[in-house]
Design a protein around this ligand. Structure first.
Ligand code: PHE
Length: 454
C-alpha cells in the first residue's frame, strides 16, 4: 500500500484510550440509548444490549483494533496487508467506508440539534418558557429547514476543522480535555435525579426486564446499538488502532473502552427516565426524548442555567469526538489508497459529501417528510436504521470471522500477548463462532420482521 510517509502515532496509551472512548461515547449513549430503550420497552432490551456489549462487543473491539494495529493501515488496506492483495475481504472495509458516510450525515444533523439547544440554553430560554412551550422547541426546529441545515453545517464544519488539526494536536488533545468534563457533569446530574420522585421507577424501567416486550426487531436494535455505541463494524476502531504502536495486550484497553461507554449510557438513561417518570412524560417519545425532558429538569434545578449550558456543550463535544472518528475512517482510506499528500483537501471534500447527504436527512423532518422507504422510514430513519441494524452488525460479523479464521490463534497471541489460557480461547471462539452466529441469527429474524411489518 502507499505508505510512503511515516505514520503518526498516539502520544501514549492513555491518549489512545481517551480517543477511542471519545469515539465510542457520543450521541449513541446520551441521545440514542435512552430513546431506543424507551421505544423498546426498557429492561429486557437493556439486558440484551448489555449481553451484546460483553459477549459480542468486547471480542470484536479487540479484533478490530488488532487489524488496524498490525497492518498500520486504513480500513480497506488492512485486509489486504494482513491477507493478500485484492482479497475479497477488503469489501468489509469498503462497506465500512460507505457506512461512515451514511452515519456521519445523520449524526451531524443530530449534532446540530444539540447546538441549537446549546444556543437556547445560552439565551436562558428554558427558564423563561413554560414546560409545554419547552416541549415544542424540537418541533419548531424540525419545522424550519433553514435552521436545521444551518446547525448541521456548523457541526460538520467543526468536525472537519478538528480533523484538519491532525492526530495528536486535533483529535487527541480535545478528547483529553472534554471527555473527563462530560463525565463529571453526568455524575452531578445523576446526583440531581436521585432526588426526583421518578428515580426508583427509572431504575425499575431500565433494570427490571419484562421479556414479553422483547421481539426480534427489538433484539436486532439492541445488537445494532451495541455496535453503534462502541463504534464497531465500520473501521473506526480499526483506523484509530492503526495509529497505535505494536506490542502490549489489548484486553485492558478493550475493557476500559467498553466499561466507560456502557457506564455513560446507563447514567444517561437513569437521568432521562427519572425526569420522564417524575413529570409524567412518555418513555417511548422517540428521537425527541432527551430534547424534551432534560430541559424540563434544567428548568427546575438550582443553577439550571449553567447546568444546561454545560450539558449541551459537553454533549456537542461528545458528539464531535465521535464524528471525527467517523470522518477519519474515510480520510485515512482515501489519502492512503490514492496516495494523496494533501490531507486537508481530502477532508474538505469528504466532509462536503457527508454534508450534502446530511441535508437530505435534515429535510426529512419537513420538506421531504413524505419520502418514506418500506412505507415508514424517512431518509433520516433509513440512514440511521440501515447502518446501525444492518451494515455495522454485518461489518462486525465479517471482522470477527476474518480475525478468528483467517488470522487465527497467532493473531490472538499478538493481540493479547498469549494464545493460551481461557481468555485467548474465549476471544478466539467468540470471534470464530459465537459472535458471528449470534449476529447472523438476529440479523436474519430481525430484518425479516422489519421488512414484513413494513
Ligand atoms: N459510537 C458513537 C456514539 O455512540 C457513534 C459512532 C458509530 C462513532 C460508529 C464511530 C463509528 O455516538
Amino acid at each position: 500500500m502507499n505508505q510512503t510517509t511515516q505514520r503518526p502515532h498516539w502520544s501514549g496509551r492513555i491518549g489512545f484510550i481517551l480517543a477511542a472512548a471519545g469515539s465510542a461515547i457520543g450521541l449513541g449513549n446520551i441521545w440514542k440509548f435512552p430513546y431506543i430503550t424507551g421505544t423498546n420497552g426498557g429492561g429486557a432490551f437493556v439486558l440484551v444490549y448489555l449481553a451484546c456489549v460483553l459477549l459480542i462487543g468486547l471480542p470484536i473491539i479487540i479484533a478490530e483494533i488488532h487489524l488496524g494495529r498490525e497492518s498500520q493501515a486504513n480500513a480497506v488496506s488492512a485486509f489486504e496487508i494482513l491477507h493478500k492483495k485484492g482479497t475479497p475481504w477488503r469489501a468489509v472495509g469498503l462497506l465500512g467506508t460507505l457506512s461512515a458516510f451514511l452515519i456521519l450525515s445523520f449524526y451531524s444533523v443530530v449534532g446540530g440539534w444539540v447546538l441549537d439547544f446549546e444556543m437556547r440554553s445560552l439565551l436562558n430560554e428554558f427558564a423563561t418558557h413554560d414546560t409545554e412551550a419547552i416541549k415544542g422547541f424540537l418541533d419548531s426546529l424540525f419545522a424550519s429547514p433553514w435552521r436545521l441545515v444551518a446547525w448541521h453545517t456548523v457541526f460538520m464544519a467543526l468536525t472537519v476543522g478538528i480533523i484538519f488539526g491532525g492526530l495528536t494536536k486535533g483529535i487527541e488533545r480535545w478528547n483529553k480535555i472534554l471527555m473527563p468534563a462530560l463525565f463529571v457533569l453526568l455524575i452531578a446530574l445523576l446526583g440531581y435525579s436521585f432526588f426526583l420522585a421518578g428515580f426508583q421507577e427509572a431504575l425499575a424501567f431500565i433494570f427490571k426486564p419484562d421479556f414479553t416486550k422483547l421481539t426480534w426487531e427489538s433484539t436486532l436494535e439492541a445488537v445494532g446499538q451495541s455496535f453503534f455505541t462502541l463504534s464497531l463494524g465500520m473501521g473506526a476502531m480499526l483506523t484509530y488502532g492503526s495509529y497505535l504502536p505494536k506490542g502490549k495486550s489489548l484486553v485492558g484497553t478493550a475493557l476500559s473502552i467498553a466499561f466507560l461507554d456502557t457506564l455513560v449510557a446507563l447514567i444517561a438513561g437513569i437521568i432521562v427516565f427519572s425526569v420522564v417518570f417524575t413529570y409524567g412524560q412518555t418513555p417511548g417519545a422517540g428521537p425527541a426524548l432527551i430534547f424534551v425532558n432534560l430541559p424540563v429538569l434544567f428548568k427546575s434545578i438550582p443553577g439550571g442555567y449553567f447546568v444546561s449550558v454545560a450539558f449541551f456543550l459537553l454533549v456537542a463535544f461528545a458528539a464531535l469526538t465521535s464524528a471525527i472518528s467517523i470522518l477519519e475512517v474515510v480520510v485515512a482510506f482515501i489519502t492512503e489508497r490514492f496516495n494523496i499528500a494533501n490531507r486537508k483537501t481530502v477532508t474538505a471534500i469528504t466532509g462536503s459529501i457527508a454534508w450534502l447527504l446530511g441535508i437530505l436527512c435534515a429535510l426529512s423532518f419537513n420538506v421531504l417528510k413524505d419520502v418514506k422507504l418500506l412505507g415508514r422510514f424517512t431518509l433520516f430513519d433509513t440512514f440511521d436504521q440501515l447502518t446501525s441494524t444492518i451494515t455495522l452488525p454485518l461489518g462486525g460479523l465479517f471482522i470477527a470471522l476474518f480475525f478468528g479464521w483467517i488470522l487465527g490463534p497467532k493473531a490472538v497471541a499478538l493481540a493479547i500477548g498469549t494464545n493460551k489460557g481461557p481468555i485467548a480461547w474465549l476471544i478466539l471462539w467468540s470471534c470464530r463462532i459465537a459472535a458471528p452466529v449470534a449476529v447472523a441469527i438476529v440479523l436474519y429474524f430481525g430484518v425479516r420482521g422489519v421488512v414484513s411489518v413494513g
